[in-house]
Design a protein around this ligand. Structure first.
Ligand code: C2E
Ligand code: CA
Ligand code: CA
Ligand code: CA
Length: 279
């Protein structure tokens, strides 16, 4: 440590320095990964609780790093948002998903729908709606086969711009879900004015069910709020039979989680679809 004065030292934190170095390296490696398509999109089923059938899937991106192995999106999405690389990555995920939908259209006898996560940086880009419509048209799927998941806090902090993009998407038949619901601080009047189709309860409020009375109360209120506003509700992160039973009892519409299936690669998702009856 370097002496700053009597009894004052700047502490060298190797962990922090390592982290910053890793960050810079990851940014360079993200560029390479984008060029070399080291990403793969996984798909996790969402189950309709009313009919007990497969409703749709959520697309979740994975980075298959040639040396580091599988890197979690929690690690590289925030970085890609900061550096602006999220636009290229987001377009890649969206295009891959549309192409997979197209493949499923010819493989399965029922049309499918897949939800794609869109970060606020993407949503605020002026051309985002046209960019996505172009991909949908080029690949040749129907817009209503796509759903978008936008995080609650991101939408509420950018309400004016978000509303514009949301209605443009909805006018083409694309459903919009508010992700991580309950973790942001939604004003109820904003929520009522938003034309969002679906609220997605964050896993934070699912994981401690049935022990936590607080979590159960929050789930109860979100579901009743959603239903009184005419929106459907998804519960994410369902891992146990008890959690499922609790949400069913509250008339939650849709459920997703390891209890049903983990996110899967394309091949496994196709096989999963084939074992399921759809509506
Ligand atoms: P999210 O949108 O809230 O997605 C749910 C996360 O919970 C996923 O983690 C999923 O694999 C995980 N999960 C699902 N069911 C269970 C369960 O029963 N138990 C537990 N413990 N976890 C469960 P994942 O795939 O690591 O993604 C993390 C986050 O990264 C996502 O959170 C999303 O915010 C972001 N993300 C992933 N893919 C994309 C993408 O293509 N674009 C953007 N913008 N963000 C993405
Ligand atoms: Ca999501
Ligand atoms: Ca979440
Ligand atoms: Ca999220």
């Amino acid at each position: 440590a370097k002496a700053l004065g009597k009894n004052q030292f700047r502490i060298f934190d190797p962990k922090l320095a390592e982290r910053q170095e890793l960050r810079i390296r990851l940014q360079t490696e993200l560029d390479i990964a984008l060029k070399e398509e080291q990403f793969e999109v996984y798909y996790q089923p969402k189950i309709c609780l009313n009919s007990n059938t497969l409703l749709e899937a959520e697309a979740l991106v994975r980075w298959k790093h040639p040396l580091r192995g599988l890197i979690s999106p929690l690690e590289f999405i925030p970085l890609a948002e900061e550096t602006g690389q999220i636009h290229e990555l987001g377009a890649y995920v969206f295009r891959s998903t549309c192409q997979f939908i197209n493949e499923l259209n010819t493989t399965l006898d029922k049309p499918v729908r897949i939800a794609v996560n869109v970060s606020v940086k993407q949503l605020l880009k002026e051309s985002i709606t046209q960019d996505f419509f172009d991909i949908i048209d080029t690949v040749g799927i129907k817009p209503n086969q796509i759903e978008l998941e936008l995080t609650e806090s991101a939408v509420m902090e950018n309400i004016v711009e978000a509303r514009k993009a949301i209605s443009a998407f909805q006018n083409r038949g694309i459903n919009i879900a508010l992700d991580d619901f309950g973790t942001g601080y939604s004003s109820l009047s904003y929520l009522a004015k938003l034309t969002i189709n679906t609220l997605k309860i964050d896993r934070e409020f699912i994981k401690d069910i049935p022990e936590s009375e607080e979590s159960k109360a929050i789930c109860r209120s979100i579901i009743s709020l959603a239903h009184s506003l005419g929106k459907s509700v998804v519960a994410e992160g369902i891992e146990t039979e008890e959690q499922l039973a609790f949400l069913k009892q509250l008339n939650c519409d849709i459920a997703q989680g390891y209890y049903f299936a983990k996110p899967m690669n394309k091949e496994d998702y196709i096989n999963f679809c084939k074992t399921q009856k759809t509506e």
